[in-house]
Design a protein around this ligand. Structure first.
Ligand code: ADP
Length: 202
């Protein structure tokens, strides 16, 4: 691969060797859904359980990333795309390093989620954390919906900016129907299956 005077340098190690050392396959778990649908809560608890089970996990959270790597970005469509582009690159690198990456980002457009999937390659789970605007606005843990309805926050997803529901997510966690515990249990199970290194018996 070349770009101008830059040439991609392949090292002497591939990701499978790293996977073997860690005893797991790298995986990107991409949580999408409205603000207050439950992404961060589910991600944090799932990370806790997987670490307790001895898995190598790292969590990337929308709000947290905007304090550092993406502190220069706002919420226009252009900035939202750049936000997701950078995060998707980071996810792909962490996956290559052998980690289970749990990324929770509203990622409102299907093209954004598609970009994340393409960058991650084979081992990617799109998880739709599902709750309606009405329920999210009722929960409103950060008071954001109240402010968005008053027009104090512009481009707020689900209120004044679009959210495209995933058409074919790998997993749907309906947080209106199922308890937090049930959602975490299901997600943990799916991740353990998808990140398992299949050993071939001699
Ligand atoms: P997001 O990261 O999607 O913005 P948060 O996780 O910050 O959402 O907030 C979701 C809120 O909804 C929390 O206060 C959480 O306790 C609550 N909640 C209610 N039911 C559920 C559920 N089944 N799963 C996850 N969170 C839930």
């Amino acid at each position: 691969m070349e770009k101008g005077n830059i040439t991609f340098h392949h090292g002497k190690v591939n990701c499978c060797e790293r996977y073997k050392i860690l005893g797991q396959k790298g995986l990107v778990v991409w949580l999408t859904g409205l603000s207050a649908s439950g992404k961060s809560t589910i991600a944090a608890e799932t990370e806790r359980r997987l670490i307790d089970l001895g898995r190598a996990v790292y969590r990337l959270d929308g709000d947290n990333i905007r304090f550092g790597l993406n502190s220069d970005l706002g919420f226009s469509e252009k900035d939202r795309f750049e936000n997701i582009r950078r995060v998707a690159e980071v996810c792909a690198l962490f996956k290559d390093a052998g980690l289970i990456v749990i990324a929770s980002f509203i990622s409102p457009l299907s093209s954004m989620r598609q970009m994340a999937r393409e960058k991650a390659g084979d081992n990617f789970l799109e998880v739709y954390v599902k709750a309606s605007v009405e329920v999210c606005a009722e929960r409103d843990p950060k008071g954001l919906y109240e402010r968005a309805f008053k027009g104090e926050i512009k481009d707020f997803t689900g209120v004044s900016a679009p959210y495209e529901e995933p058409e074919k997510p790998d997993i749907i966690l309906d947080t209106e129907k199922y308890s937090q515990d049930k959602c975490v249990e299901r997600l943990t199970r799916e991740i353990l299956g998808k990140s398992a290194l299949k050993t071939v018996k001699a």
